[in-house]
Design a protein around this ligand. Structure first.
Ligand SMILES: Cc1cc2nc3c(=O)[nH]c(=O)nc-3n(C[C@H](O)[C@H](O)[C@H](O)COP(=O)(O)OP(=O)(O)OC[C@H]3O[C@@H](n4cnc5c(N)ncnc54)[C@H](O)[C@@H]3O)c2cc1C
Length: 397
């Protein structure tokens, strides 16, 4: 019996386990195990509606055990503590697991700038999104306040930034306050140390965000380095302070700290370098260079255009390619599935009752906006859940 071990039950890991189960369906001598620390698959793109009360954490979570039972893989809820590729072994909080192939999809972690504990991030999962909702609701009850939303990157890796969801939360808070008729009592601020936050979205996407700031009276503070976050606001390098009642901030990303305990190669920012087949790239000097290790999704470092980004649809494309490549190798063939042709920015940036469909690839960039785009995000929610449960086929990504 050959064992394929997938680590991480997020968008990438769950899709990898599903795709592997599909590829090896007719073969009885393969076992596919997915290890994750949380019992649920958390659908991050939908969590942007938690702060305005349109969704709960339960609405945007799917029990992995149920998906596993329907799609034909094993789910093991354990926390990975060490990955030892020299021994084909993964050590978790309770046991050791050996493998023939390994697929690492444990996501990234956030940098910790000074005073970040005084802020809340939309990228921190269900509990943190609920804390944003509760703090926002308290301000709505009070009737006025200053809310600042911002993000920054990681100078060691240009892909380690998460700006789209921060814009979505900001525009959804604005929409909520307008619907209540109390927007004029609130000051909304967007801040980022980058001069052109959102540039990665492409020219039309950047222009759209900038015009929305004007239309919706959101004050931008851009190009000012952040020194520290306090309980009552943000301190900037030029000595100025933005007083806030609520600071929502997403720092740049770095690699998952668990990787430091093992022998997988890591970039300066802590991500796993991979090639176009999603195979881990061990450095030329490494004595041990296994070919049976793959990594996908947010925990990877990969080449491509300077605007490339870590996104959910890319994690899914990487997952499907990895499954295909492992299946090809097991048939004694060369692996052929590459993900570089899937490198694009695709983001339905929700604005409340409409959305901007932001798209960028090597040839084009666009940002059409309308109610239809908001409905398309709602349709994606239905599709995604049905798809993971095996009720509708994969949409092309
Ligand atoms: C708020 C938000 C909105 C987003 N919106 C969009 C969007 O609209 N479109 C888009 O394409 N992308 C979007 N993204 C990005 C997208 O969600 C990520 O790129 C995607 O989730 C990456 O998937 P992943 O499987 O690599 O990592 P994750 O989804 O982070 O999953 C990692 C998994 O590993 C588990 N894990 C971590 N450490 C361990 C450990 N030590 N042991 C065991 N398990 C562990 C975690 O619990 C988690 O289940 C958004 C992200 C956020 C945060």
């Amino acid at each position: 019996m050959k064992k394929i071990l997938v680590l991480g039950g997020g968008i990438g890991g769950v899709e990898a386990a599903i795709s592997l189960a599909k590829e090896f369906k007719k073969k009885t001598d393969y076992q596919i195990d997915l290890i994750s620390d949380r019992k649920d698959l958390f659908i991050y793109p939908l969590s942007i509606w938690i702060p305005v009360g349109k969704r709960t954490p339960e609405d945007v979570s799917m029990p992995i055990a149920e998906i596993a039972a329907k799609r034909g893989f094993n789910f093991i809820q354990e926390k990975v503590e060490r990955i030892l590729t020299a021994e084909n072994k993964v050590i978790t909080s309770s046991k050791e697991h050996s493998y023939d192939y390994l697929v690492v999809a444990i996501g990234g972690a956030k940098l910790k700038p000074k005073g970040v504990e005084n802020t809340l991030s939309i990228c921190g999962g269900g509990d943190e999104a609920v804390r944003i909702r509760d703090r926002f609701n308290a301000l709505v009850e009070k009737g006025s306040g200053t809310i600042a939303c911002g993000f920054s990157g990681n100078p060691k890796d240009p892909t380690a930034v998460r700006g789209g969801p921060v814009f979505e939360v900001l525009f959804n808070l604005d929409h909520f306050l307008r619907e209540k008729g109390i927007r004029q009592n609130f000051k909304l601020v967007f801040f980022s140390p980058s001069e052109e936050a959102g540039k990665r979205l492409g020219e039309p996407g950047l222009k759209k965000v900038q015009s929305l700031f004007v239309e919706r009276q959101i004050e931008p503070i851009m190009g000012k380095k952040i020194t520290e976050f306090g309980t009552d606001g943000v301190l900037f390098e030029d000595g100025t302070k933005l007083e806030t009642d609520l600071t929502i901030f997403t720092p740049g990303m770095q690699g998952n700290p668990v990787l430091a305990n093992g022998d997988l190669p890591r970039t300066d920012a802590g991500f796993i370098p991979i090639n176009d087949f999603c195979q881990v790239e061990f450095p030329g000097t490494a004595q041990h260079k296994p070919s049976n290790c793959y990594a996908i999704g947010d925990n990877t470092a990969f080449d491509g255009p300077e605007w490339r980004a870590k996104q959910g649809h890319l994690a899914e494309a990487m997952a499907r390619n990895t499954a295909k490549n492992i299946a090809l190798r097991e048939e004694g063939k060369e692996q052929t599935a590459t993900f570089s042709e899937h490198l694009n920015i695709m983001c339905v940036m929700d604005l409340g009752k409409e959305a901007a469909f932001i798209y960028r690839d090597r040839k084009r960039a666009m940002a059409p906006t309308g109610k239809w785009a908001h409905w398309s995000k709602l349709a994606w929610e239905k599709y995604y859940k049905l798809n993971k449960n095996g009720k509708v086929p994969n949409a092309p990504v």
